[in-house]
Design a protein around this ligand. Sequence first.
Ligand code: NDP
Length: 331
Amino acid sequence: MELFKSIGDLHEEQEKTSTPESSEKVRCLIIGSGPAGYTAAIYAARANLAPVLYEGLQPGGQLTTTTDVENFPGYPDGVSGPVMMEDLKKQAERFGSDIRWGLATAADLSAQPYRITIDDRHLIEADSVIIATGATAKYLGLESEQQFMGHGVSACATCDGFFYKGMDVAVVGGGDSACEEALYLSGLCKKVYMIVRRDVFRASRIMVERVLNTENIEVLFEHLPKEVVGDQNVDGVIVHNKKTGKDYKVEVEGFFLAIGHKPNSDIFATYLNTDDVGYIKTTPGTSRTNLEGVFACGDVQDAHYRQAVTAAGSGCMAAIDTERYLSEKGL
Ligand code: NDP
């Protein structure tokens, strides 16, 4: 399997896929439509930047896979993820944002104006680019996991944990996220099982210590989840104990995945500084990347908080940084 490609190969591939049928020039291009992208659009439109926003593969982003959002300030009774995203979109459109279907399939950030190809056929030349492409939670790839999505299976304890108050749940993963999710859930749930595939955690020592010192967390080392089971909703997970070679059922009503996220930064990776997972690096306290006029906000640059409200806040920062950049450059 080919694991590494040279920069020359990447350029060649991008050129092949980017023979555009049409083109246009914009002042402010926003890529991505979660809370970060839409908030950036609201602010950019109100600052007269005439933003054009491409929604990407999953219009509305990760929140559209959530049922109720109860932790976004301003919604005392909660709101469904898709409704909140629709409201944010309408708000951005009200101020004149041009919101379009389409996926950014290639990027040439080697010179200004920056060149972004949409759906392999439409070329946008942009004076400024706001990247709000988010991150995608990793799943195990089990069919049953998809079947119970929103009915006991979740990849966000902070979003969905409350629905499992007083119940037994399982968290898969041994990294910092899994520990954080398990600790969060331990304050709400009766019992939390952590399903860890090796005999050690990947997480930092302090997180591991907290987990091990929490009475209602039981760690199942060297266990692999094989199947999520239930009728309408999850009532358990079949796990494989690597030490004994036996499969058995752990009775839980919630099954949380915390096996990592993949930031959606692949098409920019040749040009932008990222960490080793692919999160775009920004100058602390700003949305600036290593390229002037290119800003990043939301989960694509945030391995840590990953909340709708922090994404929205960083979208606001990106729009303000963009407005200042364009006015300083007289663009
Ligand atoms: P990590 O990649 O650090 O951990 C992923 C975990 O999931 C590992 O234990 C891994 O096992 C396990 N895993 C991966 N694939 C599977 C699979 N198919 N089946 C079973 N288990 C699997 O991801 P995180 O999201 O935890 O963290 C990402 C980054 O964010 C890290 O740098 C982390 O330190 C940081 N972070 C920091 C926090 C904090 O400081 N409070 C909070 C959250 C994240 P294995 O170890 O065997 O590979």
